[in-house]
Design a protein around this ligand. Structure first.
Ligand code: ACO
Length: 433
């Protein structure tokens, strides 16, 4: 525990006529917790909290969220200010190092990213081994884990090596993402170029070819940059918790971030932006106004949910969704950028925000509701959406990995369980079963 947590009065827990005192603590934003780290040793009890909605797994100084008030801050800076005034590489630096960079620090960081953007030439063969139509998230998770075989991590990490590895990952995840797309469409890989900065470099690797130059549109570059900023961290979400869990075993950072990518893949987490577009396409194809889909989403037996609505933490609104909605309107109102799915999305939003089912459950549009429309406008294919999320989230995962590594001690993650299986029984020979 660090000195940043302020001790409050103790809590009293009564179990089987015995009372126990438990320390209570307050974080810098007034969040309160009960310290149960000695609970089992003192009482024989454990806590039961499926999904960990009431469990603080660590102390962290990276990101602050107040889900009730719709607040999200990276290292103290409101997400709205960062989205408006900053760039993704600057935000990545902020998350990784704790402070906004000076001009010199940012230039050095950008230089590092540029110089580490190439992946080992022999890794190119791997792309040929994946079957046609492989989901790019599967390719990304595999390729990121396999970086560890080309860039082995020493047993003892000094500061300079650690900073280099972090830059490698922030940069190479973008190269791997673009290569996996090129492979999937059967086009030659386009190498990263020293000419471009982070987002331009990525878009150029995705969309240019030896026979076709890609015209970089400033508004699209800005929208993708903003998308990456808004996805860069979100405290102890499913993928970041996976990164911390895998990292707590002291596995190498490539394996650890690959675990994060795998966790992000699911439709209830990073995969939701892909599902939002599929849902909008389906409504568009069926020609309805979305009412039928909403009715199905409200029916538990249908197995459907209104994708892009609801959030584990935000029970008011998702501040990232507000920023992206504005960006989405701006981008899709550009001449030649009309997307019929935007109209459907707006109609769904309008219906859902007036519907008692969604109001009573505090289900509001989340960041994924709009992000897919922005990615579509940029020409990113739907199956690459979650990959873009992973590129954005990489600095956040790495910031959490570094914070854990440099904390007072690394405690291996090992939750307990309530066993509900068979009690002891004895082996029966196969002929007597
Ligand atoms: N559509 C319809 N009903 C919903 C939805 C939805 N999108 N989300 C939640 N509900 C309902 C549930 O059925 C449940 O109803 P009940 O109380 O009658 O049983 C109630 O709302 C609470 O649902 P939970 O799943 O307990 O809510 P939780 O906060 O744990 O889940 C989650 C959050 C997983 C994001 C959920 O809202 C969801 O599945 N949304 C759609 C997927 C999505 O958009 N994910 C993106 C998350 S943001 C991100 O990862 C960047």
């Amino acid at each position: 525990m660090t000195d940043n947590l302020k001790p409050l009065s103790t809590a009293t827990l009564t179990l089987e006529d015995k009372s126990y005192s438990l320390p209570t603590l307050m974080g810098v934003e007034g969040e309160k917790s009960i310290d149960i780290s000695k609970l089992r040793a003192q009482t024989g009890y454990i806590t039961l909290d499926e999904g960990y909605g009431n469990t603080g797994a660590c102390e962290s100084s990276i990101t602050y969220i107040d889900g009730e008030k719709g607040i999200l801050r990276y290292r103290g800076y409101p997400i709205e200010e960062l989205a408006e005034h900053s760039r993704f590489t600057e935000v990545a630096y902020l998350l990784l190092h704790g402070e906004l960079p000076t001009v010199d620090q940012l230039n050095l960081f950008s230089k590092r990213l540029n110089e580490s953007s190439i992946i080992h030439e022999d890794m190119h063969h791997f792309f040929n081994g994946f079957p046609r139509g492989s989901h790019p998230m599967g390719i990304l998770a595999t390729m990121v884990a396999s970086l560890s075989t080309f860039y082995p991590v020493p047993d003892v990490l000094d500061e300079a090596t650690e900073i280099q590895i972090v830059a490698n990952l922030v940069s190479q995840v973008r190269t791997i993402a673009a290569f996996s797309y090129k492979k999937s469409i059967g086009e030659p890989l386009v190498y990263p170029s020293i000419k471009y900065r982070y987002v331009r470099n990525f878009l150029n690797m995705m969309f240019s070819s030896p026979v076709r130059d890609y015209q970089l549109d400033d508004d699209i570059v800005r929208a993708i940059d903003m998308f990456l900023i808004l996805h860069a961290d979100h405290e102890q979400n499913c993928s970041t918790s996976s990164v911390r869990t895998a990292g707590s075993s002291m596995a190498n950072v490539y394996a650890v971030t690959s675990a994060g990518i795998s966790a992000l893949w699911g439709p209830r987490h990073g995969g939701a932006n892909q599902e939002v577009i599929q849902m909008l396409e389906q409504i568009h194809a069926e020609g309805g106004d979305g009412t039928e889909f909403i009715n199905q989403a409200k029916d538990k037996n249908s197995g459907r949910r209104l994708m892009g609505f609801g959030h584990r933490v935000y029970k008011n609104f998702d501040p990232r969704a507000k920023v992206l909605k504005k960006q989405c309107d701006k981008l899709l109102n550009k001449p030649g950028m009309n997307d019929p799915l935007l109209e459907i999305a707006m109609r769904l939003e309008e219906i859902a925000l007036k519907d008692d089912y969604f109001i009573s459950r505090k289900l509001y549009p989340n960041v994924d509701f709009y992000s897919g429309l922005i990615l579509r406008a940029a020409g990113i294919p739907t199956n690459m959406f979650t990959v873009l999320f992973a590129i954005g989230r990489m600095p956040g995962w790495l910031a959490h990995w570094r914070e854990m590594l440099h904390g007072k001690q690394v405690t291996i993650t090992r939750p307990r369980q309530m066993y509900v299986g068979e009690t002891e029984r004895h082996f029966v020979d196969i002929e007597n079963r």
